[in-house]
Design a protein around this ligand. Sequence first.
Ligand code: NI
Length: 177
Amino acid sequence: MSVLPLREYPDPVLHQKCAPILKIDDALRTLASDMLETMYADRGVGLAAPQIGLSKRIIVIDAEQKEDENGHHQKGNPMCLINPEIIYKSEETIFFCEGCLSVPGQSADVERYQKIKVRYQDISGLVKEIEAEDYLAVVLQHEIDHLDGILYIDHLSRLKRNMLLKKLEKARSEQTK
Ligand code: NI
């Protein structure tokens, strides 16, 4: 397994619509474990293929990871979703403060569906469905958006988005000083 380098805004690969995955084989299974390892190494809750430069419809998430009382990271429920598709969206929406490994150090409130149902293929190719609400629903919507070239900042008003991008630019220029 290996930790892969992350792509950050404004890398064009983050703005592309990803292609469906047609073959679920050992190479894809290796990719999925590398993506999970990369996600954990960077303390992410989810990771989508464009974030490691691949325009393919695969995401990994772990919405149940924690830190124990000694501050040690503990894996929760790692999941890999291939060709995920939202097949139900609730009318009710929620606001949640989101961040993204590809927009480092920033966060903002985003409106999402409170409850969704997602159809996907698992790592052995089986078609499955998952019902998710609140936090898990937010994580899934954020990652599935990545597969359509959408970042959470694209859901913000132009004013809020520009303010956030200015802060990102400032943080980056301070880093390189
Ligand atoms: Ni993200």
